[in-house]
Write a protein that binds this ligand. Structure first.
Ligand SMILES: Nc1ncnc2c1ncn2[C@@H]1O[C@H](COP(=O)(O)OP(=O)(O)OP(=O)(O)O)[C@@H](O)[C@H]1O
Ligand SMILES: [Mg+2]
Length: 507
């Protein structure tokens, strides 16, 4: 018998941008040679459909598969299996299955075995029904709202669509959610029915676990992890922001300012945070704190930590953001990155900022006003003095440009002063204007004035530096330098010897 070949990383096809949804009709391979995605407009329901085309099994093949799955699950310790490389696991399942087939005296043709093997691979090594979707480079989000309702996905290019995948019984879905929990190394049960964790590839998982008959059963959302985060240059290329905005952040991070990134759900806050972190000076000591691991920095001097939720009813083993943050300040970091600020940890963060540690973090809020309101009122309740330590807020937003769904850095707002009554005076050096889809800069940065006073550097000098860095960033985009490590290297090199970098890029 010929050995099984499965390619789980087929070439990423160049997909066309299609403005008119009703014209979408294309197909690409997800798991070669077995599975493709067929994406098309269905006029009957008026939606774009994501159809998984998997091998079809005959009734006989289905019964073979069932027998093999039953026997395999008794033999395999899944915990051990998922420690190995995918190739090693494929080999192992293949060998064990062939052994079983001989032992059980099953008569399966080579052709049938190949098809059956796909399902064994999918269910034992992969994440069952949604494995091909997980493998689809273009999918950002996978969402299941219960049994007997289609799973929805968000596609990088064609956005929201309905899939042909469904969980048909509560049992099937609960089993799957348990599997998700197991893969994240966390625990889910009726007593503690919420799951928030990361899969081994870094994807973020949220799930609920319920048998309540009135509901549609368990639910889950998977936010896929883009293996390497977007670099600052890629964000320019996506037209999410302009080079000047990045040059501005770059200068700010040289002078230890405090930046908050605000915006709605999935507006790109964390992606921007990660991109800005490229500009933290290479020798600075960075500590990051998150609930689930999303940040990915290309630097040595970085101490990442992840909070841990408790197991069971007594809060054993719980390490929340609040306590992590408190202990992180004891490690004397130059920069503290908090993945997302939600509650009482904001107080610790601002106290840390007030005592000279800089920070970058994200927070859910649509505007500076809502953000300040949330920080001023319970449960956070910051004093105006503490609020004044915040230097600027970047607001991310979803935006429709033409028929294209995009993310924009809508504005950068500087906090000029918060008075004793909590009234906030702001200045907005950067703005994106939806009317002409352009970015505007008013050259009146109050934070530059602050830096100038605090460090005794003339404003002119800061603007000169700002211009140089803007030009360099333009040039890097022009030359399509998108690689994660290379980008970090250039930025670090600029830190040591700016002129040589400018010269190297002909500036
Ligand atoms: N600039 C961008 N252009 C296009 N897509 C983006 C951009 N930034 C982020 N995305 C995509 O949007 C999704 C959400 O991004 P991200 O996690 O950064 O947002 P968020 O605001 O932090 O979300 P959350 O509210 O869940 O914390 C991801 O799938 C990401 O790939
Ligand atoms: Mg986020």
């Amino acid at each position: 018998m010929e050995p099984i070949k499965i390619d789980i990383n087929p070439r990423i096809p160049p997909l066309p941008k299609i403005e008119d949804k009703t014209k979408i009709n294309l197909r690409y391979t997800l798991i070669s040679p077995y599975v493709s995605a067929h994406i098309y407009w269905d006029p009957k329901i008026g939606e774009v459909i994501y159809n998984l085309e998997e091998p079809l099994l005959t009734e006989e093949e289905k019964s073979f598969l069932e027998i093999l799955e039953r026997n395999l699950s008794e033999m395999i310790n899944v915990d051990i299996v998922i420690q190995k490389t995918t190739d090693a696991m494929i080999n192992y399942i293949d060998k064990t299955s062939r052994l079983l087939i001989t032992e059980l005296g099953m008569k399966i043709s080579n052709q049938s075995y190949k098809k059956i093997f796909y399902y064994l691979f999918r269910d034992f090594i992969g994440l069952n029904k949604i494995e091909p979707i997980i493998k689809d480079y273009f999918i950002e989000d996978i969402e299941c709202n219960g049994v007997n309702t289609p799973i929805y996905v968000v596609h990088r290019l064609y956005r929201n669509m309905r899939t042909t995948v469904k969980y048909k019984t509560i049992e099937e879905l609960s089993n799957f959610v348990e599997k998700l929990a197991q893969r994240t190394g966390k625990y889910i049960s009726y007593a503690s029915p919420l799951l928030d964790g990361s899969l081994p590839d870094g994807s973020r998982v949220n799930a609920t676990y319920t048998k309540d008959v009135s509901s549609r059963g368990p639910t889950f959302t998977i936010r896929k992890f883009t293996k390497t985060p977007w670099t600052p240059i890629q964000l320019i290329n996506l037209k999410t922001l302009c080079p000047e905005m990045l040059a501005f952040f770059w200068i700010l991070l040289d002078y230890k300012t405090n930046i908050l990134i605000a915006g709605g759900t999935a507006s790109g806050k964390t992606s921007l945070l990660n991109a800005i972190a490229f500009f933290i000076p290479p020798e600075a000591r960075v500590v990051s704190i998150e609930d689930t691991k999303e940040l990915n920095l290309s630097r040595e001097n970085w101490l990442p930590s992840i909070s841990r939720s408790s197991v069971g009813l007594e809060k054993i083993g719980e390490v929340d953001l609040f306590s992590l943050l408190k202990s992180s300040f004891r490690q004397n970091p130059d920069y503290v990155i908090v993945g997302e600020v939600r509650g009482k940890e904001a107080f610790v963060l601002f106290q840390g900022m007030a005592s000279g540690h800089s920070s970058i973090s994200t927070m859910h809020a649509d505007s500076v006003n809502t953000l300040i309101k949330r920080l001023e009122t319970p449960p956070i309740e910051l004093s105006p003095t503490l609020l004044n330590t915040l230097d600027c807020v970047a607001i991310m937003t979803h935006a429709q440009v033409g028929k294209q769904e995009t993310r924009k850095l809508r504005e950068i707002v500087e906090i000029v002063n918060v008075d004793s009554k909590g009234v906030t005076l702001t200045n907005t050096p950067f703005k994106w204007d939806p009317k002409d889809n352009s970015f505007y800069f008013n050259k009146q940065s109050k934070v530059f004035e602050k830096i100038s006073k605090r460090y005794g550097i003339s404003i002119e000098k800061l603007y000169q530096e700002f211009d140089k860095r803007s030009k360099l960033l333009y040039e890097l985009q022009k030359r399509k330098i998108f690689d994660f490590h290379q980008t970090q290297k250039i930025i670090n090199q600029y830190h040591k010897s700016p002129d040589s970098v400018l010269r190297a890029f002909g500036l």
